[in-house]
Design a protein around this ligand. Structure first.
Ligand code: FES
Length: 143
């Protein structure tokens, strides 16, 4: 059911943990399955210099958080904002359709952490308006 890459990131997740004095923190949850993901970002000069996560969730959610934190490291906030759940899933060499919604948590967690940072700095939070819609995603969780 899962690609080798998903299994690798599930078994050996990268960037697990918290960042002390994180500049941005985003916590998101899927109300259907109850899975929770928390993303921590260190931001220096508009660049994400470190990203970590804590996820209480299914294997796909753990692999997605691992890959998402890898993808946003070294990126500007603007570039990181554009990292879609589909990009996360593609980097994982695909997720089964019923597991695509798990990667949405990773995208939302990154967005929330970026906006947490922006608001703390006195900037307007960015909106999802011109971003990929998740409406077609089936949010029903099946572990
Ligand atoms: Fe709930 Fe994956 S996030 S099943």
């Amino acid at each position: 059911m899962y690609s080798d890459k998903v299994m690798d990131h599930f078994r050996n997740p990268r960037n697990v943990g918290e960042i002390d004095n994180a500049d941005g923190i985003g916590e998101v949850g899927n109300p259907v399955c109850g899975d929770i993901m928390k993303i921590f970002l260190k931001i220096d000069n508009n660049i994400i210099t470190d990203a970590k996560f804590k996820t209480f969730g299914c294997g796909a959610a753990i692999a997605s958080s691992s890959m998402a934190t890898e993808l946003v490291r070294g990126k500007t906030l603007e570039e990181a904002w554009e990292v879609s759940n589909k990009a996360v899933a593609e980097a994982l060499e695909g997720l089964p359709p019923i597991k695509m919604h798990c990667s949405v948590l990773a995208e939302e967690g990154i967005h929330k952490a970026i906006n947490d940072y922006r608001v703390k700095k006195g900037f307007e939070p960015w909106t999802e308006k011109n971003l990929h819609s998740h409406e077609q995603e089936d949010m029903t969780c099946q572990h």
